[in-house]
Structures are given as structure tokens and as C-alpha cells.
Ligand binder design. Structure first.
Ligand code: CA
Ligand code: CA
Ligand code: CA
Ligand code: CA
Length: 252
């Protein structure tokens, strides 16, 4: 699907699709993992839930011990209420030609927190101004972790519906073995193969070339993890869909 932002030099983000790129397969896998109520949850899942001001935070505890080096991704989103405050013809509908006015309610403030098995806060996403929280966190040591959704500050309704999506994943990237032809020596033949498939959209980029140059003359027995940039779009796409399904509450 092409985004109008893709061909425009003056529109940075698409009005519907944001960055204009989504990993639809990852979003489908995230959605297929299913809705989970607070409590013990699998390492991939989501919840359309609600929390009332004064409630204890909603807790989502992973059903397995997480290894050092994996990543926790979590995204939390909730609606902003929009009110029609000036309605010239009184039809309850926003009419541009009548100069009707819509105003946004202030945003309740929800946060995501991550705790370890000693109930110590180890990471969080705690924006004070957005109706979105997102975190991507490298687990520093093996432990049993849990996420919470906290109703931090009430600025609108006393009950706030939200959507939380999470997953636990291996480090991004792939393993690169510099002795490409597997003849037991990293040399010019490996280098020429990399250079022949080098560049944007090609098999090898700067990181591969650097590893190969650093390994020249070695037996090339080692593999290296080549990092790629994390992509939060699957959680984001899911949340956009779920918030829409949950029903935007337009108070007219
Ligand atoms: Ca639910
Ligand atoms: Ca109107
Ligand atoms: Ca917040
Ligand atoms: Ca070789």
C-alpha cells in the first residue's frame, strides 16, 4: 500500500498510516497471540483493559523467566475525548462551513512500568503529555519480570480504557560469518563476494564490510551479530486498530 507521504516532499507523515510503512506480518502475529487479562501472561499478547483512578496498577507477569539479552517491547495507548463545544445549527455534527468548534478534553496520564522479581522498578515509559507510552528494553539479567499499567494522574474521566501490547524478542539483527566460502580463511575471495553484493537494499552493508576487514587473514571461525534498527511499528499498528475497535468516544 502506497502512502501519500511516500511521494510527497512536504508531507512528512501520512495522515492515516504515520510513517507510511508497517510490518503487517509482525502485526498479525502480535494480534494472533490473543487478548490476555491482567495476571500471568505469555511473552506475546495484548489487552484491551480499563483502570480506575485509585486502583492498584494492572499487572501483567510473564509466564516464563526471561533470559539476559532479550528485549521487552511494550506499547500502551488510550483515547482522547473530543467535544463539540460550538455547534451553530445544533445538529450535533461538526460543520466546517458553520465554523463549529471542537475541543479536546485533557489527557489522563497512564504509564508503563517494568519490575523485577524483587518488585524493584527497573524500567518505565512515563511521558506526562501523550496518550501513548512505548518502551523497548534490553533485559540486563535473567529474572522473572512483570509489566504494570498505572493510572498516574486523572485529568479527565475517572475510568480510563486502554490498550496494551507487548512481546519479548531476541536481539534484532543476524549472524554474519566472514569466511563466506567456508575455505577456512578470510581473504580476498570473501571480500570480493561482499563487495559484489554491497550497498543499500543489498545483502551486505557497512557493518558486514567492517567485520570482514577486521577479520582478514583469520580462519573466520567466529560469527558476529549484525544489529539492525528496532522497528516498533507492529505494536503501533495493532494499537491503532484496537483503539478503533474499542470505539472512540466522541462526546457530542
Ligand atoms: Ca481485556
Ligand atoms: Ca453543526
Ligand atoms: Ca504517561
Ligand atoms: Ca574464505
Amino acid at each position: 500500500m502506497w502512502s501519500e507521504a511516500y511521494t510527497s516532499t512536504t508531507l512528512p507523515l501520512d495522515r492515516q498510516l504515520g510513517a507510511g510503512q508497517v510490518d503487517a506480518l509482525a502485526a498479525a502475529e502480535q494480534y494472533a497471540a490473543g487478548e490476555c487479562a491482567p495476571g500471568t501472561v505469555p511473552t506475546t499478547g495484548w489487552d484491551l483493559g480499563e483502570i480506575e483512578i485509585g486502583d492498584a496498577p494492572s499487572t501483567y507477569a510473564f509466564d516464563t523467566t526471561l533470559s539476559e539479552g532479550v528485549f521487552i517491547t511494550a506499547t500502551l495507548a488510550w483515547d482522547r475525548r473530543i467535544m463539540l463545544t460550538q455547534d451553530a445549527n445544533g445538529d450535533g455534527i461538526f460543520d466546517l462551513r458553520d465554523n463549529d468548534i471542537m475541543e479536546a478534553a485533557p489527557l489522563n496520564n497512564l504509564d508503563i512500568n517494568i519490575f523485577n522479581s524483587d518488585d524493584e522498578l527497573v524500567f518505565s515509559s512515563e511521558s506526562t503529555i501523550d496518550n501513548l507510552e512505548h518502551l523497548y528494553w534490553l533485559v540486563p539479567e535473567e529474572d522473572d519480570y512483570y509489566l504494570t499499567v498505572a493510572f498516574q494522574e486523572q485529568l479527565d474521566t475517572t475510568v480510563q480504557e486502554y490498550t496494551l501490547a507487548w512481546n519479548v524478542s531476541d536481539p534484532p539483527g543476524n549472524l554474519f560469518h566472514p569466511d563466506i566460502n567456508e575455505d577456512g580463511l578470510v581473504d580476498g575471495s570473501d571480500l570480493s563476494f561482499v563487495l559484489g553484493n554491497f550497498g543499500p537494499e543489498k545483502l551486505y552493508q557497512d557493518a558486514h564490510l567492517q567485520i570482514l576487514i577486521d577479520s582478514m587473514g583469520s580462519t573466520g571461525g567466529q560469527s558476529y551479530l549484525v544489529q539492525s534498527i528496532p522497528e516498533p511499528s507492529s505494536c503501533m499498528l495493532l494499537l491503532v486498530g484496537l483503539v478503533a475497535l474499542g470505539g472512540l468516544r466522541w462526546k457530542l
